[in-house]
Design a protein around this ligand. Structure first.
Ligand SMILES: [Zn+2]
Length: 233
């Protein structure tokens, strides 16, 4: 079983560097975007996690994606580390809900898994182009627990322990656009039809249907209030 860990696809998510330092030396890791990391920017030209499978003659991130895609081909499992500006708890993201990807989430011992079929990354995320892959979204960029929580998950996989029998699985079915500034809902909260979800001096934003909110008010997704998901198991 060959495992690879990828960190810092986004340059503003440095905690992954601390995670990879704690991994056993037998686990290879890849730093996604060192230039963006040095400059503390999400990316230099374009979002690296929207560039796969890459292009060796393209922009900075196209070239990085091309290199990573080729290096990661030989691995059975790819774990891709992210953090966010919003206050979400640790969860996994897969874009293809096939048996192998769901099994990987369980082997990591995850409690929550969100299926995002092209809803955000348009089918051009790193995990769309590996054999079996998952992104881990750990919560706020500088939360101190991120490093231990994610190291523990990867150790679960390596040491074959803490298999998650009771994983909650959600599937994103639409993007809720941001219309008002003051947002009144939280991550993994169940929103009811007609519930007030945001408001400001210009008026109210009421939900037109029931959903579970994911990645609420994420800074990286400018005009998005949240992703709307339903619980599938
Ligand atoms: Zn990220």
């Amino acid at each position: 079983m060959k495992i690879a860990v990828v960190c810092c696809l986004h340059g503003t998510e440095p905690y992954g560097l601390e995670v990879v330092k704690k991994l056993p030396v037998s686990i290879p890791f890849f730093i996604g975007n060192e230039k963006a990391l040095k400059e503390n920017k999400r990316f230099i030209d374009i979002d690296l996690n929207r560039c796969f499978p890459g292009n060796r003659f393209g922009k900075h991130e196209d070239k990085l994606a091309y290199g990573l895609y080729n290096k990661l081909k030989e691995f059975d499992y790819v774990i891709d580390l992210h953090s966010s500006s919003n206050n979400c708890p640790l969860f996994g993201i897969i874009t293809d809900p096939n048996k192998d990807n769901i099994e990987l989430a369980k082997k990591l011992g995850l409690k929550k898994l969100v299926i995002m079929k092209e809803s955000i990354a348009s089918g051009r995320a790193l995990i769309d182009f590996v054999d079996c892959g998952i992104s881990l979204e750990v919560g706020p960029h500088n939360r101190v627990q991120n490093i231990d929580e994610v190291s523990n998950l990867i150790n679960n996989l390596i040491e074959n322990k803490n298999y998650s029998e009771n994983i909650e699985i959600y599937e994103v079915f639409k993007i809720v656009k941001k219309k008002k500034d003051n947002i009144l809902i939280n991550n993994f909260e169940k929103v009811q039809k007609d519930q007030l979800i945001a408001q400001d001096f210009t008026g109210k934003h009421v939900s037109d249907e029931e959903f579970i909110a994911v990645l609420v008010n994420e800074e990286a997704y400018n005009d998005i209030l949240c992703l709307a998901a339903k619980k599938v198991s």
